[in-house]
Design a protein around this ligand. Structure first.
Ligand code: AMP
Length: 513
C-alpha cells in the first residue's frame, strides 16, 4: 500500500476526525496532513541531503506524528528517540546520525554538536506558516529507501540502528490491517498506544491506525506509572484495538474493573515482544468476550512482527506455552541449526526469517549487518538469535540463543548492561544474569568483582545503580548487586555464567520456600 496516499485520503474524506490524541492535545487528519506538508517543505530546503535520516526527540505528543510525516514527505527517514532513553545513549544516537536538524517536542538536555535543534515552538511556527510549496509525491520516501530507523540494544554497548524501508513498512501494514479484525472493521477505530515511539511495537498501533483512518490514543509515561490515572484514561479512551506487551495487559488485569464495561468497543488485543502467558490470554477472553486475542512474534529487524495466531480458549487451556503464530504472507520462517541446515517439524533451532519485511541492515554498521542479515535467492533473510520450532507451519518460541532477554517487554542484551557497568569506578569484572520464574524474566542480578570488596554493600549498590542511570535506561539497571571476591571461570577462561545461574536459581528457590 502507499502509506502517505492512504493518510491523505483520510485527510480529504474525514478531515475533522482526530488522528492522534495525547492527553488533552489532539490533531485532526487535516491538521496532521497540512502541518506535516508545510514542515516537509521547510525540511526539504534546510535539512541537508535527501534520504539522510533525521532524529525526532520527544514523548507522546501529537506533534511527534507531524515530525515523522514531515520527514518522510521531504524524502528523509526519521529516527524516533523517546525521553526515556538516557542522555548518554541519546548522544550516541545523535552522533551516529548524519548532520541535519533534530526535531524535538520535549526539552532535550543533550549536546547535539553541530546539529541544529528545533524546539516544539519553532516546529509549530514553521508548520503553521503559509507555504504552498508542499513536497510532491516524487519527494516522498518510497521503495527501498529508509522510512524509519529504530535503535535497539547492542552488545557493544553502542545501540544498533535498524533501518526499515518504505517497502518493508508497507508490506507489514498490508498484513497488520487484517490482524484481529477485518481491515473494514478497523476503519475509524481508536488504537491504543502503550509503547514509546522508540520501541518498534509502537509501529503496530501508530501506522495501522493512520492507514485505517483510526485515532491513535497515546498513554503517556506519567499516566502509565500512575495506576489510578491509567484506569481513568483507559475508561475514557473508547479503544477498539489494543496494542501492548503482554506485561502491560497483566498490569491492567490486576484491576477488577478492567473489563468489557470499561472498554465496550474493544474488538482485538494485539500482542508482541514477549511471551503471552496462557492465564493472561484466558483472563482477557473472560473479561472481553467480544475481543480477539492475537499473539504475534517478530524482531525490530523484520518490521515489528511476522507471525500471528488467534488464541482460542481451547488453545489457551491446552497448549502451553502458546504458539506465536504462522508466517504472514510474503514471509517464510525456517528453523535452522548452527550449520545452516533446515530442520524438520518439531526440531528446535534458530528461527530464521526470510521475506519482504526484513530490514536492509543496521545503519552504517556493515560488519554487524553482514553477520545478522543475508540474501538467499534474491530474498532478504535475518538470523533472529531466537530459538524455536515449527509444527505444521505454527511457530513456537523457546527463548534467546544468545544472552538477549526481554524484561517487562523491553529487549535487553545483557552484555550491553555489563559493558556499561564496566564504565563505573571500582568495577573489576561483571556478569549480569536474568532471574527467571515460570519461563519469564522477572528481574536482573549483577555479579560484580570489586577490589577491595565494599564495606557497606547497600550503599555501594545504591551508588552503582545511581551512576549506571547515566548510561542505560532505568529498566536496564539490575535490581540486585552481588559482590564477589572472584568471578568463577570456565576452562576456557571465560566467566562461568552457568555456575552463577545455578547459584542464582538455588537462591531464588530457597527464597521462595
Ligand atoms: P524487539 O526487536 O525489541 O521487538 O525484540 C524482538 C525479540 O522479542 C524477538 O527476537 C524475541 O526474542 C522476542 N519476542 C518477540 N515476540 C515475541 C513473542 N510473541 N513471544 C516471545 N518472545 C517474543
Amino acid at each position: 500500500m502507499n502509506i502517505l496516499q492512504k493518510i491523505r485520503g483520510y485527510a480529504q474524506n474525514v478531515p475533522e476526525r482526530a488522528a492522534v490524541r495525547c492527553g488533552a492535545e489532539a490533531l485532526t487528519y487535516r491538521e496532521l496532513w497540512e502541518y506535516s506538508d508545510v514542515l516537509a517543505a521547510w525540511l526539504k530546503a534546510h535539512a541537508g541531503e535527501e534520504k539522510q535520516p533525521l532524529a525526532v526527540y520527544g514523548h507522546k505528543n501529537p506533534w511527534m506524528l507531524v515530525c515523522f510525516l514531515a520527514c518522510v514527505k521531504s524524502g528523509h527517514g526519521y529516527c524516533p528517540v523517546d525521553i526515556s532513553v538516557p542522555d548518554a545513549r541519546t548522544a550516541m544516537i545523535l552522533q551516529a546520525l548524519p548532520d541535519g536538524p533534530v526535531l524535538t517536542t520535549e526539552d532535550m538536555q543533550v549536546d547535539a554538536g553541530t546539529k541544529r535543534v528545533l524546539t516544539l515552538e519553532e516546529i509549530r511556527k514553521l508548520a503553521g506558516a503559509k507555504n504552498s510549496n508542499a513536497p510532491s509525491e516524487t519527494d516522498w520516501v518510497t521503495g527501498g529507501d529508509t522510512w524509519y530507523i529504530i535503535f535497539t540494544s547492542g552488545s557493544t554497548g553502542t545501540p544498533k540502528g535498524v533501518q526499515i524501508s518504505a517497502d518493508c513498512l508497507s508490506h507489514y501494514l498490508d498484513w497488520s490491517v487484517g490482524l484481529g479484525t477485518t481491515p473494514e472493521e478497523k476503519e475509524g477505530k481508536v488504537f491504543l498506544n502503550q509503547a514509546p515511539f522508540s520501541f518498534d511495537l509502537s509501529v503496530m498501533d501508530l501506522y495501522t491506525s493512520l492507514v485505517s483512518g483510526g485515532t491513535l490514543y497515546c498513554l503517556e509515561k506519567s499516566v502509565q506509572s500512575d495506576y489510578k490515572k491509567l484506569m481513568e484514561s483507559l475508561a475514557q479512551s473508547q479503544a477498539g484495538i489494543w496494542v501492548s506487551t503482554p506485561s502491560f495487559a497483566e498490569v491492567c488485569l490486576s484491576e477488577k474493573a478492567f473489563d468489557e464495561k470499561m472498554l465496550p468497543q474493544l474488538r482485538a488485543f494485539l500482542f508482541c515482544g514477549e511471551t503471552l502467558g496462557n492465564r493472561t490470554a484466558l483472563k482477557l477472553m473472560e473479561r472481553f468476550p467480544k475481543a480477539a486475542v492475537i499473539n504475534t512474534y517478530g524482531p525490530t529487524e523484520s518490521t515489528v512482527a511476522v507471525t500471528d495466531v488467534t488464541v482460542t480458549k481451547e488453545m489457551a487451556e491446552t497448549v502451553n506455552p502458546l504458539p506465536v503464530g504462522a508466517a504472514k504472507p510474503g514471509t517464510a520462517i525456517e528453523i535452522r541449526d548452527e550449520n545452516g541446515t533446515t530442520l524438520a517439524d518439531g526440531e528446535k533451532g534458530e528461527i530464521i526469517i526470510l521475506g519482504d519485511t526484513v530490514s536492509t541492515g543496521y545503519f552504517c554498521q556493515e560488519e554487524l549487518t553482514g553477520k545478522a542479515f543475508f540474501l538467499e535467492n534474491g530474498v532478504r533473510g535475518y538470523h533472529t538469535g531466537d530459538k524455536g520450532y515449527l509444527e505444521h507451519g505454527m511457530l513456537f518460541y523457546c527463548g534467546r540463543i544468545d544472552l538477549q532477554i526481554k524484561l517487562h517487554g523491553y529487549r535487553i542484551e545483557l552484555e550491553d548492561i555489563e559493558n556499561n557497568i564496566r564504565r563505573l569506578s571500582g568495577i573489576e569484572h561483571v556478569v549480569v544474569l536474568p532471574n527467571e520464574r515460570d519461563g519469564k524474566v522477572k528481574s536482573l542480578t549483577a555479579y560484580v568483582v570489586e577490589e577491595p570488596l565494599p564495606e557497606n554493600e547497600r550503599e555501594e549498590t545504591a551508588r552503582l545503580k545511581h551512576e549506571l542511570l547515566a548510561y542505560v535506561p532505568e529498566y536496564m539497571v539490575p535490581k540486585k548487586f552481588v559482590f564477589l571476591e572472584q568471578m568463577p571461570m570456565t576452562n576456557n577462561g571465560k566467566a562461568d555464567r552457568k555456575r552463577l545461574k545455578e547459584e542464582l536459581e538455588k537462591k531464588t528457590a530457597g527464597g521462595r520456600r
